[in-house]
Ligand binder design. Structure first.
Ligand code: ARG
Length: 273
C-alpha cells in the first residue's frame, strides 16, 4: 500500500514536470539555489543522425564529433542544457516537423527547399560535396559519374547533386539510409563512387588507408553549402542560438573547437557573410 502511494505520487511529479513546457523543452532548476527562483535553465531535446564522422558519430553509445562540441558550446552560451539523441536522418526531419524535438544538428545544409518547412540558425560550417572512389578509378570529375553506379545517403544534398547529373530516380543511383552504408556499398564493389560532404569522405579515405580510396573534387559542378542548426518553423530558439553563434564565432570558442577537430583554422569571415 505504502509503496503504491509513493509510486503514484512519484508519477504525479514526473507527469507534472512533463506538462506546461514548450515543444521538446523542459524547465529545470539551474542547480545553484539563489533563492530568487528566477534562475531556470531549459533542457532542449536535439536530434541527430550519428553516422557522419567527423560531425556526429557513435563512440560506444556516446554521440561525439564536431557538431556535438559546437552544439554544446552554442547551447551553453545561449543558456540551454542539451539532451542529444541519435534518431537517424529521415526521422530527424519527422521529429522536427512534429515538434517533438526542439532542434536538429547533423551537418544539415541550409537550402531553399528545407527552409520552406524549417528554420535554420545562422551558418556554422562551410562544406561542398566531393566524390569518393577507389584509388584506380577513372572518375576524374563530376561529369565522369555519368554511366557509373553512384551510392548516396538518401535525402541529402549529395543525392540531389547526383540526380542533377544522372537524372531523378536514375537506376544507377543507389540510395541508403545512412552514409556509412553508402560507403560500404562502394567497398563491396556495388557502386563506383559515393558523393557526400567533403570532410566526411576525406576523413574516411584518410582513416581507412587499407581500403585504398581517394577523393575527387569538382568545385565547378558542386555548390558551396553552409550547415545550420535546424528548428521547427517559428521556433523561439533561433534568435537565442543566432546570438550565441555570433558570440562564439567572435570570442575564440568556435575557433578552438574547430582547431581541435580539424587541426586548421576556420575561415570565420566566410561564415559571417
Ligand atoms: N550536408 C548534407 C545535407 O544536408 C548531408 C548531411 C548528412 N548528415 C548526416 N548526419 N548523415 O543534405
Amino acid at each position: 500500500k505504502k509503496l503504491a502511494a509513493i509510486l503514484s505520487s512519484f508519477m504525479m511529479v514526473t507527469m507534472l514536470a512533463a506538462c506546461g513546457s514548450e515543444a521538446g523543452t523542459e524547465e529545470k532548476a539551474n542547480g545553484s539555489a539563489t533563492g530568487s527562483g528566477g534562475d531556470e535553465k531549459k533542457t532542449i531535446r536535439v536530434v541527430t543522425d550519428a553516422a557522419y564522422a567527423p560531425f556526429e558519430y557513435l563512440e560506444g553509445d556516446k554521440i561525439v564529433g564536431f557538431d556535438v562540441n559546437f552544439l554544446n558550446a552554442a547551447a551553453k552560451e545561449a543558456g540551454y542544457d542539451v539532451k542529444l539523441e541519435h534518431v537517424g536522418w529521415d526521422p530527424l526531419f519527422v521529429e522536427l516537423k512534429s515538434k517533438r524535438a526542439a532542434a536538429g544538428i547533423s551537418a544539415i545544409t541550409i537550402d531553399e527547399e528545407r527552409k520552406q518547412t524549417y528554420d535554420f540558425s545562422s551558418p556554422y560550417f562551410l562544406s561542398i560535396n566531393k566524390i569518393l572512389v577507389p584509388e584506380g578509378s577513372d572518375i576524374k570529375s563530376a561529369d565522369d559519374l555519368k554511366g557509373k553506379v553512384v551510392a548516396v545517403q538518401s535525402g541529402t544534398t549529395g543525392q540531389a547533386a547526383v540526380e542533377k547529373l544522372l537524372g531523378k530516380n536514375h537506376k544507377d543511383i543507389k540510395k541508403f539510409e545512412n552514409n556509412n552504408l553508402a560507403i560500404m556499398e562502394l567497398i563491396n564493389k556495388g557502386a563506383d563512387a559515393v558523393v557526400a560532404d567533403n570532410a566526411v569522405v576525406e576523413e574516411y579515405a584518410k582513416n581507412n588507408p587499407k581500403q585504398k580510396l581517394k577523393v575527387v573534387e569538382d568545385s565547378d559542378t558542386f555548390d558551396a553549402e553552409f550547415y545550420g542548426i535546424m528548428f521547427p518553423k517559428g521556433s523561439e530558439l533561433k534568435a537565442d542560438f543566432d546570438k550565441a553563434i555570433a558570440e562564439i564565432l567572435d570570442n575564440g570558442t568556435y575557433e578552438k573547437i574547430y582547431k581541435e577537430r580539424f587541426g586548421t583554422s576556420p575561415d570565420i569571415e566566410k561564415l559571417k557573410q
